[in-house]
Ligand binder design. Structure first.
Ligand code: UD1
Length: 421
């Protein structure tokens, strides 16, 4: 993609978000699910797979490993019959730091994996010590040379206690454990919906995983996994971002293909701010927001089912025009306020100090040229630009495209004046 591309947004009070929007499949589910296909002796089919650059990167890794990958609309088929590769080259690791989730699956399939050490990323250091120590407990021997990690060994079950409920580490352990010899227990496991989605898919493939979605997950290793068909769960963060877009423009929006159950951590906050939300049952959610929102009680990002770190940035944008002072405490990642100086350029009044950010609500934002430095921060800038009077230009779209499928087409379909040039 041409990194000079920009989004041009004409925002302000005349431009309410109104209409109906379909939420695409979850990036954070699609990536581990694609990685799981490596374990199947045959062709898996994944429906509702979002068209995102991170998903393309995962497909390139699969091809590199020897899989045959085909996409037809939202359906991706992966034939892993002939997987023999075990190396993920540096270029692909750099493209997407979460490629680390291939480690467990490739180890499970081949008993060896070589990948470049994922360096720092936009959100701070993002270490992988929990992933590596778990695999070592399962019998892998891990060495590091010239920036590469070599992982080798026949895996066996183990009792693993995570010091933090890491999403990626929980996924990697599950992927490694499903064909390891014996039982694996994961204590203090992550409970995110994406964990349950991965467990459901693996179980369809013949795995024996119990307790996904709870703090203790048990896996009984099986001999081999067979191919399966599955549909990726809806993206709760994309859904949340579009709810913020509706709320900041005092609009009215129906989201379809979403899973409100997964969104309680922030739906309650939106309601406390004065938005009215109706769950029509099933997968439909309606939000209406006629008046100026009021600042919510202190927001602390937490592992699921708490307030997700991934939706913190769009909420800071939302609070920028709310009445009163909002306080955010970011407890998951160290560097997740990089969008704040850009929000300030749009007229927001925000101060950050370490992991705390204080937003003084202003009556109006005004259009400006801003640049996204990471995915969710980029979505926050789009959210703010929709409400900012006049024209905004947003660059850094390569980050936004990692997690939002054609964000401008989606928002234009519900009344936003936004285009890419
Ligand atoms: C996943 C999501 C990301 C989300 C995050 C938290 C994907 C592809 N990404 O990222 O969007 O923001 O969960 O909900 O699913 N940590 C360690 N050592 C480790 C692993 C993690 O110290 O070995 C720390 C991290 O630095 C971070 C915290 O644990 O501070 C949470 O990280 P983790 O839950 O692992 O997030 P990811 O899986 O990377």
């Amino acid at each position: 993609m041409d990194n000079r591309q920009k989004l041009i947004v004409n925002g302000g009070s005349q431009r309410r978000i109104e209409g109906e929007l379909r939420v695409h499949g979850a990036k954070n589910s699609a990536l581990p699910l694609l990685s799981a296909t490596v374990l199947a002796h045959g062709e898996c089919v994944l429906h509702n797979t979002p068209r995102l650059t991170d998903v393309d990167a995962a497909c390139r890794i699969l091809t590199q490993l020897g899989c045959r990958v085909r996409r037809d609309g939202d359906t991706v088929s992966v034939d892993a019959t002939n997987v023999s590769g075990y190396e993920i080259p540096e270029t692909l690791m750099r493209e997407m730091r979460s490629s680390i989730v291939f480690l467990g699956a490739v180890m499970g399939r081949n008993g060896r994996c070589r990948l470049s050490f994922p360096g720092g990323c936009e959100l701070g250091a993002r270490p992988i010590d929990l992933h590596l120590s778990a695999l070592e407990q399962m019998g892998a021997e891990i060495t590091e040379e010239h920036g590469y990690l070599n992982c080798e060994g026949t895996l066996h079950g183990a009792k693993i206690t995570l010091s933090f409920p890491s999403v990626g580490a929980t996924e990697n352990i599950m992927l490694a454990a499903v064909t390891a010899k014996g039982y694996t227990e994961i204590h203090n496991a992550a409970r995110e919906p994406e964990i349950s989605d991965l467990a459901n898919f693996l179980n369809k493939m013949g795995a024996k995983i119990f307790g996904a979605g709870e703090s203790v997950i048990t896996v009984r290793g099986v001999e081999r996994l067979e191919p399966a068909e599955h549909s990726v769960i809806p993206d709760r963060i994309v859904a949340g971002t579009y709810l913020c877009a509706a709320a900041i423009t005092r609009g009215e929006l129906i989201l379809t293909n979403c899973e409100p159950q997964h969104m309680n951590g922030f739906l309650t906050v939106l309601e406390s701010m004065g938005a009215r939300i109706y769950n029509y049952g099933g997968e439909k959610l309606y939000i209406t927001c006629k008046k100026r929102l009021i600042a919510p009680p202190t927001i602390r990002t937490m592992p699921y089912p708490g307030f997700p770190t991934d939706i913190q940035a769009p909420f800071t944008a939302l609070c920028a025009t709310a009445e009163g002072t909002s306080v955010f405490v970011e407890t998951i990642f160290e560097n997740r306020f990089r969008h704040i100086p850009e929000l300030v350029r749009l007229g927001a009044s925000v101060k950050t100090e370490g992991r705390v950010c204080v937003v003084e609500g202003v009556k109006r934002l005004s259009g400006a040229k801003v640049c996204a430095a990471e995915l969710r921060g980029g979505a926050a800038l789009v959210t703010a630009a929709l409400a900012a009077e006049g024209t905004s230009e947003i660059t850094g779209l390569q980050y936004i495209d990692r997690g939002y499928e054609n964000i401008e087409t989606a928002l234009r379909s519900v009344g936003a004046d936004i285009r890419r040039s």
